[in-house]
Design a protein around this ligand. Structure first.
Ligand code: ATP
Ligand code: MG
Length: 258
């Protein structure tokens, strides 16, 4: 089991699991993927801090499945899941896979600028095998399982017992399996997925998320048996931390190679 951090389970409190990201005008890969675009920056470090906390909550190092979700749409779940999976993939000897289990409005392939290919639904419907849908995400050793062929009944497809088999199978080869999901309140998908995984992170977008909705989402997840580990707060108000000199800690000039 992931060891829960009781302080972090309350979305009303500043859980310390903070992350804020900034726009970088850029090419094809989503600009908020800070691990990709500005790996030495403050925001990437914040994602690594979250990763380190999660790793510390898993002292025996057993493979873990981790759902990233939020109360409603557009709160930054997919970006958070991608950044976190990338940060985990930076660790030595950590094999990491990200599953896009948002069968309604999937985003992982789009944000990574990858073409849609067979993925999760195709495995859950028994049309293909897990080996055939695992693909490199384009960052370190991170692997991706995309959402797969569109289905009209996502809730039904996700409740398949093949999902447990798939997660079990992946745990034989990967240390962390990060699962991106739809929001909790509009559908049951996230709750179903969260209840079948080891831990759940709830994304809160400070400028947008409503306290009541986040609280309801956490309650719903807990009622469904999810192990809510904490909140991941994005888009904090205030000055851009990237321009705060007190937070800078770049290598001294001339030290490289000495
Ligand atoms: N920290 C952030 N600050 C500002 N904008 C962000 C941030 N993170 C993500 N975005 C942008 O907000 C939009 C929604 O992000 P994302 O797709 O990650 O949210 P989501 O919760 O997964 O949405 P959905 O509910 O549709 O799956 C995207 O256009 C993304 O580029
Ligand atoms: Mg999403």
């Amino acid at each position: 089991m992931f060891r829960r951090n009781p302080r972090a389970a309350d979305p009303d409190r500043d859980a310390g699991l903070q992350e804020d990201m900034v726009v970088i005008v850029d090419q094809s890969v989503n600009p908020y993927l800070v691990l990709f675009h500005e790996p030495a920056g403050y925001r990437a470090e914040q994602v690594r801090a979250l990763r380190n906390r999660l790793v510390a909550m898993n002292p025996d190092g057993e493979p873990k499945t981790l759902v990233v979700t939020s109360a409603v749409r557009d709160e930054g779940k997919t970006i958070a899941a991608l950044n976190l999976a990338m940060a985990m993939a930076e660790l030595e000897r950590q094999q990491v896979v990200l599953i896009d289990a948002d069968l309604r409005r999937p985003g992982c392939e789009r944000y990574l600028n990858l073409n849609p290919e067979p993925g999760l639904t195709d495995v859950l419907l028994g049309r293909t095998t897990v080996e055939k849908v695992l693909r490199p995400a384009g960052y370190r050793q991170l692997m991706l399982i995309g959402p797969g062929t569109r289905v009209g009944n996502p809730a039904e497809v996700l409740s398949s017992s093949r999902l447990d088999e798939l997660l079990q199978r992946l745990k034989e080869r990967y240390q962390y399996i990060v699962v991106d999901t739809p929001p909790v309140l509009p559908s049951t998908d996230a709750g179903v997925l969260a209840s079948r995984t080891d831990g759940t992170l709830v994304v809160v977008r400070l400028e947008k998320s409503m306290k009541k909705q986040t609280r309801d989402a956490v309650r719903t997840l807990q009622d469904m048996g999810a192990n809510v580990l904490g909140c991941f707060v994005t888009e904090l108000r205030g000055a851009d931390p990237e321009s705060d000199r007190r937070l800078a800690y770049e290598p001294q000039a001339g030290e490289e190679g000495t």
